[in-house]
Design a protein around this ligand. Structure first.
Ligand SMILES: Nc1nc2c(ncn2[C@@H]2O[C@H](COP(=O)(O)OP(=O)(O)O)[C@@H](O)[C@H]2O)c(=O)[nH]1
Ligand SMILES: [Mg+2]
Length: 288
């Protein structure tokens, strides 16, 4: 399947905001990510056992290293790949079922997507357990609109007589969906193309966001979101922030109070922020 084959076409190049790029870099450095030498940062998220590590290895080959998240005993794998002449840094997030910060793993994953502002977040989903995986997918779509879904374990789904209509799913979720059998390398090429298209803005996503069923909750969220937006103009996920504030989320409340929430203001189109020496290219895997 072609990654563009999903009713999400229509390039809309925008302008890079240098101060946004600097703020994002500062946030990434705080999260322990070396910002030298990349054009784009890609986060890899997903439920445990969906083939995340397999996808990571297929994308980065041997160009990877592991360490810990700053101040946490949670391990992190990082790697890089070269695609279409651009350097992508790939950061593996802990496998989680949700992003509600009820465990260190969930907190690490959420903070990275929220504060690290990866250019693209790839969610590896298990095609045999789509319903369960949709929980995390929808939560991530509330935070960021730059998402690609890797619908993995298609071979297992077939073995169980399951067929997922990935085009309908892409339409419903508003982001590209790439079917894959990561263990055999199937779909990796299409995944790379989709990541590149979302990173450059060649594909504009329209993420599905859940509306509150209860009118009073919806009104409270809308009111608070408007205030959040006034305080932090340009914030792309004010609604999500408003919902966390209503829940009494300590970390988000603190970020609003001390102004670090301003770091979340997204650029229109992520563009290379840090120039790097040409010889560094040799340190990156060349993706197929
Ligand atoms: N059948 C099948 N198995 C896969 C596929 N991708 C990964 N696996 C297997 O699923 C298991 C979990 O994969 P892993 O990458 O460790 O998952 P993670 O926990 O999400 O990082 C491993 O045994 C993989 O070899 C796939 O597309 N098809
Ligand atoms: Mg893993």
């Amino acid at each position: 399947m072609n990654a563009n084959d999903n009713a999400l076409s229509g390039a809309m190049p925008g302008t890079a905001c240098q101060s946004c790029a600097l703020a994002r870099n500062a946030a990434l450095i705080k999260l322990g990510v070396d910002v030298e030498g990349w054009d784009y940062v890609v986060a890899l998220a997903g439920n445990p056992n969906t083939g995340k590590s397999t996808v990571f290895n297929a994308l980065t080959g041997l160009r990877q290293h592991t360490g810990n998240w700053p101040g946490k005993t949670v391990t992190r794998a990082e790697g890089g790949f070269l695609y279409n002449g651009k350097r992508f840094k790939l950061v593996d997030l802990p496998g989680t079922y949700s992003l509600l910060s009820t465990s260190v793993d969930e907190e690490v994953a959420r903070d990275f997507i929220l504060f690290g502002q990866p250019t693209v977040t790839v969610i590896v989903a298990d095609a045999t357990r789509l319903e369960r995986n949709l929980n995390l997918i929808l939560q991530i779509l509330e935070i960021t609109d730059r998402v690609v879904i890797c619908l993995n374990l298609i071979d297992e789904a077939q073995r169980h007589g399951l067929k997922v209509d990935e085009r309908a799913l892409a339409r419903e979720l508003g982001v590209p969906v790439v079917p894959a059998v990561a263990r055999k390398g199937e779909g990796i090429r299409e995944l790379l193309a989709a990541i590149d298209d979302v990173a450059t803005g060649a594909i504009q996503t329209r993420p599905r966001r859940i509306r509150n069923a209860d009118r009073r909750v919806a009104e409270a969220v809308a009111q608070l979101a408007a205030q959040v937006e006034r305080a932090f103009p340009g914030l792309s996920n004010a609604r999500w922030v408003a919902m966390r504030l209503l829940e009494g989320d300590e970390r988000i409340s603190a970020a609003v109070r001390d102004g670090t929430l301003g770091e979340l203001i997204a650029e229109n189109v992520p563009v290379a922020a840090v120039p790097r020496p040409a010889e560094e290219a040799s340190a990156w895997a060349t993706a197929r």
